[in-house]
Design a protein around this ligand. Structure first.
Ligand SMILES: [Zn+2]
Length: 179
């Protein structure tokens, strides 16, 4: 078994207890999408790179509102979460060719949530034995990727997805039967 050093996780573990404020809210406020890793802004949710990725392409879908209670989100927000999950899976599958995904929420600190007060859906591409995975990206083998590289690869794909979703909404409106 080969191990890939993951210094960012060590940093994470060391700083969790000390962390003040909410990392997701801070990212939203930062004003620098690339630096904070915000790939997409929807109506209720945004998509952000996990700063301490389990694998390359590890994203989170989170609401703008600082809330822990997913069960209280509106039907529209819940529906958007589902659509954004589908878009995310499509983009990650096409770009990183993972063999599987983990998609889920850790709700509450006891369940392992790092940011417990602000719910977020993790989407993690998986490869068999991904402790030493070598995903194929544009024909190049990469072991790990820094976050800005991941951002630069994925951001244009989410921009395309935004147009696709907008076109679909427009199409739906145009085909609404009128009298
Ligand atoms: Zn927050």
């Amino acid at each position: 078994m080969r191990y890939i050093p993951t210094p960012w996780r060590e940093h994470y573990v060391r700083n969790t207890v000390k962390a003040k404020g909410c990392a997701l809210c801070e990212a939203l406020r930062s004003g620098d999408e690339r630096k904070s890793g915000i790939l997409y802004r929807g109506t209720h949710h945004f998509i952000i790179l996990n700063r301490y990725p389990y694998t390359t392409g590890h994203l989170m879908i989170a609401p703008y509102r600082h809330t822990a209670a997913f069960e209280r989100s509106s039907p529209a927000a819940t529906a958007e979460m589902g659509e954004l999950l589908k878009s995310t899976l499509r983009i990650l599958r096409a770009h990183y060719r993972p063999q599987g995904f983990n998609a889920g929420m850790n709700l509450g600190r006891s369940a392992g949530a790092g940011v417990a007060e602000h719910y977020h859906l993790h989407v993690i591409p998986r490869w068999t034995g991904d402790a030493n995975f070598l995903p194929l990206v544009s024909g190049t083998k990469v072991v790990t990727e820094d976050l800005e590289t991941t951002f630069d690869r994925l951001e244009p794909l989410f921009e395309k997805e935004r147009k696709r979703l907008a076109d679909r909404t427009r199409l739906k409106k145009n085909t609404t039967p009128s009298r």
